[in-house]
Write a new protein. Sequence first.
Length: 164
Amino acid sequence: MDRRTFNSLLAVSLGTAIRAAVAAPAAQGDCTAALQAGGLTEADFRNYIAAFNRNDFEGFGRFYAEDVVFEGRAGKFGRRADVLSFYRDVKSRVRETLTLQDIVIGTDDIIADLETELYALEDWPDFPTGPIRKGQTIRSRNFIWYDVRDRQFVRVRSAHYRST
């Protein structure tokens, strides 16, 4: 997906999320009600990130629908098994850590601003996003858009926007 399309979709989703956030307390009569996207709360999402960072494949894998569509800089996958296989390979060669910078929760999507830190455990000249050498650390900021249904990610799209 190109940057212009992603930004347009992001703006629409942010508007939906803001309207949901404003309407939720009035509709539920409770200002402390947690916003949910397809049944997931911010706490659930933070648990997903924590499982990802500790390489708990079962823990973070349960968030992906069986037929998840996953589109990122490193490739496009159409099944949970393919996404997990990709991350098993990456995490065997690179220590990848995600840090949540900000989050917007809509009724059926989550948009996260994430910092990704990659620390190379070995030389990987054909790393999917570019060569990386053992001991090298690369940091980037990315918007990740998660479409959520029945407490699982059904589509994940990533857009890199800054190297840090």
